[in-house]
Write a protein that binds this ligand. Sequence first.
Ligand code: ASP
Length: 317
Amino acid sequence: MSHELQLHPDGRLRHLLSLDGLPASLLEELLDRAEAMVPHAHAGTALRDRLAGRTLCTLFFETSTRTRSSFQLAAMRLGMDVLNFDVATSSTKKGESALDTLRTLEAMGVDLFVVRHADDGAVAALAAGAAQGTRLINAGDGRSSHPTQGLLDMLTLRQRKGRDFSRLTVLIAGDLKHSRVARSDLQALRALGCGEIRVCGPANLLPGDDVLRGCRVFNDFDQAVAGVDAAIMLRLQRERMDEGLVPSLEGYYRDFGLSPERLARAAPDALVMHPGPMNRGVEIDGGVADGPQSVVLAQVGNGVAMRMAVIDALLRG
Ligand code: ASP
């Protein structure tokens, strides 16, 4: 990913396309900004004048529950006008390209697009074709990147474990191969200086060494989870898989599911995280997902504050 595309020459963010290569100082600034947004994220009108008169458009070529809704709410908390573009009933079905669609909406006065697309690099390609003043946020492209999820995961970790990531051992487990969340989390954890990053999954669901740089790789989940401060569980992404990668869901849970017994091997105050949507009984036991160590819904809640912070950083600098 070219930094010239996402950063201004002075290092400020122009678009948020990927966390890859972003300096720790910039990530920390975004996390600090999100913390300041937390009191205003779920209620209140205190920030309603902040971006009043500006327009955000969600342009989702793939399904979403959390990301799209939290961007909508984040924009509304900041007083923006919000357009939820409905791809399914639009002229994209007549063959209009994504870039022509974006340009059309730009002409109506949209300042900021939040885009999700099934193809790797699709959001960066749109950013390259957008007008100079337009801003884009990548809300997930293929397997590549989901930067606001990476940031909200770091916010959730930081709130509960403190700002010093060097003291933490964090495990990311499951279908890393198909997961854009894993890639963004790994980039953020590395940038923030996480003490030990572990990954675990079946050999055929692990990505290449370039993605796993600096990680301790495990195939045995019992060993991987021992003593960790947080376990980030990933959804088995069957929609991105060729047939046969996972012979049976029962077998997958047996070998790679976060069961209560496995969680007991982690540090006693270990956090259980998952970006959602969860496959209960596949990568995570339902009781663990709802249990006292789970911060899954706190992650969702933080999504609003984190997205407010990113929108604010892009539009106010
Ligand atoms: N919601 C996340 C994403 O869009 C994680 C997932 O779908 O598994 O990448």
